[in-house]
Ligand binder design. Sequence first.
Ligand code: ADP
Ligand code: MG
Length: 362
Amino acid sequence: MRPSWKLPRPESSAGRTRTSPALWVGLLGLLLGVGLLVHFSARPRWIQIQESRILMGTQVDVLVRAKDRRAAERGLRQCFKEMERIQKLMDVHQPESQLSQLNRWAGDFWVAPHRDILYVIQRSLETSRLTEGAFDVTMGPLIALWREARKAGVPPSQDSVRHALGHVGYSFLEVDTRGGRIRFRRKGMSLDLGGIAKGFALDRAAAALREEGIEQALLNAGGDVVALGGKGDRPWTIGIRDPRDPKGLMGTLKVRGMAVMTSGDYERFFLHQGRRYHHILDPRTGYPARGCISVTVVGPDATRADALATAAFVLGPRRGLALLEMVAGIEGIVVDEEERTFISSGLKGKVDWMGRWKKAVQ
Ligand code: ADP
Ligand code: MG
């Protein structure tokens, strides 16, 4: 008998459908898994890099979030370069800075400073006019006098304060905007940009990051903060220093794309016979401003926020808060000498207070 080779009977379609669902599901799952894997490994992930340097008399931390590591590193480099450049221009503590040279040589004749110095002077004068001179960058002679006093730990004599005040007054600082020139209309004048230059440096540093395509970053210069964008989809959380506990916070604030600048009596001060002598001076008296211990200003522009924080501090709690209420787009927190806290209307309910500061809000 011839062996008969039987071809295997084709499986009935009914049989096939009975065995395939599990197989199909498995196959689909596998495909989906591979698809997702390819999708996510191809999509660049967010990275975070941070760098800290000592600049402008404080520690400056910059945290950058980006998808492109190279761009983030380039951004960090450029942003520190920019802050170093501005410090070199505007630091009165460096004899070689352009500001120090200007102070040595300028007088009742026109001189053309670097355009960044000119810009900061113009912004300063805006704030001087707005605050009837509470903010005044012509306080150089008085600030220098108090700097020496701080080193000695003894306040200067009334006579020397009066003498220094004689060389102060923003109305004697003349600016020719078109010509890009300035002149000192009084003898012995000198400029100190310490109340505004840090804000300007932070604004420019943030601009340098933006130029490198960075949209999310946090720049912190010793508690003065500029937030570029948010942290992913959420805002950045910013700590506000406790004015009586340098390591602690009085609260936190959530911001996106804003500057948060603080002026406090705790930064640079000395104690003499139980009295605190700090570095924010009242141009009306020539002495450290009384009434506030801390002012925090929130606004879109760090240059302005920095100047307004110093100005509001000098004006005192009531007028200082009124100033912050008055200026459009600006909010703030004022702490008075009794450690009571006042906040502008736009910030109500937006600060997470810590510890005893919960009860200090008025
Ligand atoms: P910080 O530099 O500690 O953040 P501020 O922004 O308030 O604090 O700046 C204080 C500095 O501003 C002082 O060290 C001094 O250089 C300068 N300054 C002090 N008083 C005034 C004032 N009334 N107007 C303008 N600048 C001031
Ligand atoms: Mg300031």
